[in-house]
Design a protein around this ligand. Structure first.
Ligand code: 5AD
Ligand code: FES
Length: 361
């Protein structure tokens, strides 16, 4: 029988394993094998991105949401949420502050808020692009039509984050009332077709999630080949139907981050806030297991607490400048280098950037 260490080494070399082997690793990995897995994942990341970690400025601009995902604290039916929307001026002000702090990617994230019609968004995006033509815009506002994604792309959006949440159809349907598994996949495929850099991703430790489901997540990602992949532990929130459930762990999530790095070596993988929430060193641990992006918060402090997707989310009291410093210190202490550039996926770099980093182009 092949050992787990041998399976990891094969995955490192070949970039894939059969699903049974992935399940076997997920279920049986020992502490010693985990250390080996993380080292291999870090090595793979270094081949494409060296010791750099990209920074993105996150602006959580609306917590209104028409959806009702069973795990999410800002689900529409949670009437304890103090709802807010940032005005165009407030969002531009966040960008101004972020740009002065050195950020060259702005991630605009929100619930599925019908207030933001294509018209409102196009005007907002054009204004941001006009003021900061050197910066990338990433949107993360859920499911929309092909036509809407097309208009937003034309207005200047570079990237779009839409986690697939789980690749298991039955689990997806059980967690997302009135949403469809097929429509989510349609959205991801439309975004790809339209030329966005696309971010998918999933939660680890969802109630009812099996190791086979997690292997299915890896399989789905390997087929979709998104440029960005957000992976975080599920963390229960009291005001949701899943209150009282057990969440995912840092260890399980690190294993999934590292396996993802070995299967999609060039992906941009954020070290997520949810990891930092479960463990004060969680984000550093993810960087050491192959993640290469962090997304410090740029939202105004008076709305931060209101964007509570899960319990005890970190950084809710901290100014943008504080998070910027904090994260930089953490990245450096963990042995990495901060890159404040746009941080595009390696596949769209020009040869000059690639050669300056001595990449075999
Ligand atoms: N725990 C962890 N992650 C969550 N998300 C939403 N709710 C939770 C939770 N309770 C994640 C989802 C979503 C992203 C913005 O946050 O994966 O896509
Ligand atoms: Fe926000 Fe550390 S990143 S306080």
């Amino acid at each position: 029988m092949t050992s787990i260490k041998e399976l990891i080494d094969r995955l490192y070399k070949e970039g894939d394993l059969v699903d049974e082997s992935l399940v076997h690793i997920i279920e049986n990995i020992s502490e010693e094998d985990r250390t080996h897995l993380y080292a291999k994942a870090l090595d793979k990341k270094n081949q494409f991105y060296q010791d750099t970690v990209y920074m993105r400025g996150l602006i959580e601009f609306t917590n209104y949401c028409k959806q009702n995902c069973d795990y999410c604290g800002i689900r529409g039916k949670n009437d304890k949420v103090d709802r807010y929307r940032l005005s165009k001026e407030a969002i531009l002000h966040c960008c101004e502050e972020g740009h002065a702090l050195g950020y060259r990617t702005f991630v605009l994230q929100g619930g599925e808020d019908p207030f933001y019609t294509d018209e409102v968004l196009v005007d907002l995006i054009e204004s941001i692009k006009k003021s900061y033509p050197d910066s990338a815009i990433t949107l993360s506002i859920g499911e929309r039509s092909y036509e809407s994604y097309e208009k937003l792309k034309k207005a200047g959006v570079d990237r779009y984050l839409l986690r697939h949440e789980t690749a298991s159809k039955s689990l997806y349907e059980s967690l997302h009332p009135n949403m469809s598994f097929e429509n989510r996949r349609r959205c991801l495929s439309d975004l790809k077709k339209l030329g966005y850099q696309v971010g998918a991703g999933f939660m680890v430790g969802l109630p009812g999630q099996t190791s086979a489901d997690l292997a299915e997540d890896l399989r789905f990602l390997k087929t979709l080949e998104p440029e960005m992949i957000g992976i975080g532990p599920y963390i229960p929130h009291e005001e949701t139907p899943l209150k009282g459930s057990t969440g995912g762990t840092v260890e399980q999530t690190l294993v999934m981050v590292a396996l993802t790095r070995l299967m999609l070596p060039k992906a941009l993988l954020p070290s997520t806030t949810a990891m930092g929430t479960l463990d004060p060193k969680g984000r550093e641990k993810a960087l050491k297991a192959g993640a290469n992006v962090v997304m410090p918060n740029l939202s105004p402090t008076d709305v931060r607490e209101k964007y509570e997707l899960y319990k005890d989310k970190i950084c809710t009291g901290d100014e943008a400048a504080h998070c910027r410093q904090c994260i930089e210190g953490r990245i450096k202490n963990a042995g990495f280098r901060v890159d404040m550039g746009r941080g595009d996926h390696v596949s769209i770099w020009g040869p000059s950037k690639a050669s300056s980093l001595q990449i075999d182009w």
